[in-house]
Ligand binder design. Structure first.
Ligand code: SAH
Length: 408
C-alpha cells in the first residue's frame, strides 16, 4: 500500500510547499531525523528524551493566514478580450518577485485565496492601480487575510502605498462578494522595502481586529500582531510548553517574547482550571502587541495575574538581574523569533536561576546554539518535543524543557 500524497498545479513554480511530493509520514520522519542529528550530543549528554514529531492528521487547509502581492499585469496590447485582470495576484515564485497565479491553495483555509484574488478584481474594476515595485508607484501592494479557527471572524488587511482611492466602494464591493469578512483594515506602507506591512493602520470597516480561541482562551488579533498561522498545531505546541512548565500554585512565570500574550494567558488559565494561581509577566518589544496582550488578559478574566511590559527582552532581563530588580521568576518561558535569544538574556536566566526553563523555538538551529549557554550555566535538557506547524516545508518548531542541574 502506497502513501497518500497531495498535488498542487503550481507546486513547482510557487515553491511554498517544497516537500509536497514527499508523503507526509516521510516528511515527519525526515524532521525527526533532523532533530536527532542536530541535538544528538545534548540528548546523549543530558539523558534527555526526544519525543516523536507531533504531526497533523490531515495536513491540508491548516493555514489561517494567507497573503498576496499585487503587481501590474500584461499591458492592454498583450491582453486578449475581457476578463483578464490589469494586475497579477498570487505567490512569488520561489526566490523571485515574479507572481504565480493561484486559484486555490491546498494548505490554506478554504476561501482565503478567493478573497485575495477578488481584491485584485475589485481594485481593477475601480481603477485602483497595483504597486510597481521597480518604480515605487501605484497603490495596491499586498493583501493579507486571516480567518478564525475557533471563531467565524475574518479580517482583510489591504496594504497600500499611501491613500486608497474609492475606499468606500472597495469595501462595499468586497463585502458583497465576501459576507464572511468581519473587518477590513488599510495598512499604509510607503517604504521601498520587502517588508509587507507598514506602521500605520486605518480601519475601513468593522472593529479593526478579530478574535480566535486557543485552549479555551479568547485572543484579539490586530492587523499587525503576530499570531501563529496554524492554530490547531499551536494548541499542541502550547500544551507541551505548559506541561513542561509544571505550573505549581503560587509560582511566578516570565513569558519572554510573548507577542499578544497567548502562551502566558493559556498557562494562567490552565493553572486556574486546576485551582492554582500563577503570576505571569509577559515581555514583548512591539507596543501594539503588548496593548493587545493586556486586553487579552482582561477578556479572559486574568488581568489580576497576567501583566505585560513593552520592552526588549534582553533589556527587561537586565532590569530583573539588577540589584533590587523585580522578583525573580520560578519558571521562564521564551519563544524568540528565528534569530533566537541573546547571550545576555540567557546569562540573565542563569543568574536568576528559575527551576525550569521552557524554550519554544521556530528555529531549532538557533535554539541548539542557545541551549549551550543555559547548559554551561548549569541547566540540563530534560525533554525535547518537535511539533509540525508547517507541513510540506522543512520547518519544525520545538519545545525544549530544561531544569537546573541540581534537579530542584
Ligand atoms: N509567544 C508568541 C509570539 C512568538 S513570536 C506566540 O506564540 O504567539 C516572537 C515574538 O517576539 C514576536 O511577537 C516579536 O515581536 C517578539 N520579539 C522579537 N524580538 C524581540 C525582542 N528583542 N524583545 C522582545 N520581543 C521581541
Amino acid at each position: 500500500m502506497g502513501y497518500k500524497t497531495y498535488t498542487c498545479p503550481i507546486a513547482r513554480q510557487c515553491g511554498g510547499c517544497e516537500w509536497l511530493a514527499v508523503p507526509y509520514p516521510i516528511q515527519l520522519r525526515r524532521k525527526q531525523e533532523a532533530m536527532e542529528r542536530l541535538f544528538a550530543d545534548v540528548l546523549g549528554e543530558d539523558g534527555a528524551e526526544l519525543s516523536p514529531v507531533c504531526g497533523m492528521e490531515e495536513p491540508v487547509g491548516f493555514r489561517h493566514k494567507a497573503a498576496s502581492p499585487y503587481a501590474p499585469g500584461p499591458s492592454r496590447a498583450q491582453r486578449h478580450g475581457h476578463g483578464r485582470a490589469h494586475m497579477r495576484a498570487g505567490f512569488y515564485a520561489a526566490g523571485t518577485h515574479r507572481i504565480v497565479r493561484c486559484d486555490g491553495c491546498l494548505v490554506e483555509d478554504a476561501g482565503l485565496r478567493q478573497v485575495l484574488n477578488d481584491v485584485a478584481r475589485v481594485a481593477d474594476g475601480l481603477g485602483i492601480r497595483p504597486y510597481a515595485e521597480d518604480r515605487g508607484q501605484g497603490t495596491l501592494r499586498h493583501a493579507v487575510v486571516r480567518s478564525g479557527w475557533a471563531t467565524d471572524e475574518t479580517m482583510l488587511v489591504v496594504v497600500t502605498n499611501g491613500e486608497l482611492p474609492r475606499s468606500r466602494e472597495f469595501v462595499s464591493l468586497m463585502r458583497e462578494r465576501h459576507p464572511e469578512l468581519t473587518t477590513i483594515v488599510q495598512n499604509v506602507n510607503t517604504r521601498r522595502t520587502n517588508a509587507i506591512l507598514g506602521r500605520q493602520c486605518r480601519t475601513l470597516f468593522g472593529p479593526g481586529v478579530m478574535h480566535d480561541k486557543l485552549l479555551g482562551c479568547t485572543f484579539e488579533i490586530g492587523p499587525t500582531s503576530f499570531y501563529q498561522t496554524n492554530p490547531a498545531q499551536t494548541e499542541r505546541l502550547y500544551s507541551l510548553a505548559i506541561a513542561g512548565a509544571r505550573l505549581e500554585d503560587g509560582i511566578r512565570v516570565l513569558d519572554a517574547y510573548c507577542g499578544t500574550g497567548t502562551i502566558g494567558i493559556c498557562a494562567a488559565a490552565a493553572a486556574a482550571r486546576e485551582g492554582r494561581r500563577i503570576e505571569v509577566t509577559g515581555v514583548e518589544s512591539v507596543p501594539g502587541a503588548v496593548a493587545c496582550a493586556q486586553r487579552n488578559a482582561r477578556a479572559n478574566g486574568l488581568e489580576d495575574r497576567c501583566g505585560f511590559v513593552a520592552d526588549d527582552a534582553t533589556h527587561h532581563m537586565r532590569s530583573l538581574v539588577a540589584p533590587n530588580g523585580a522578583g525573580a521568576p520560578d519558571v521562564v518561558i521564551l519563544d524568540p523569533p528565528r534569530a533566537g535569544s541573546t547571550p545576555e538574556f540567557l546569562r540573565g536566566v542563569v543568574d536568576l536561576a528559575p527551576r525550569r526553563v521552557v524554550y519554544v523555538s521556530c528555529n531549532p538551529e538557533t535554539q541548539r546554539r542557545d541551549l549551550d549557554e543555559l547548559r554551561q550555566g548549569g541547566y540540563r535538557l530534560e525533554s525535547l518535543a518537535p511539533v509540525d506547524l508547517f507541513p510540506h516545508t522543512k520547518h519544525v518548531e520545538t519545545v525544549a524543557t530544561l531544569v537546573r542541574g541540581d534537579g530542584r
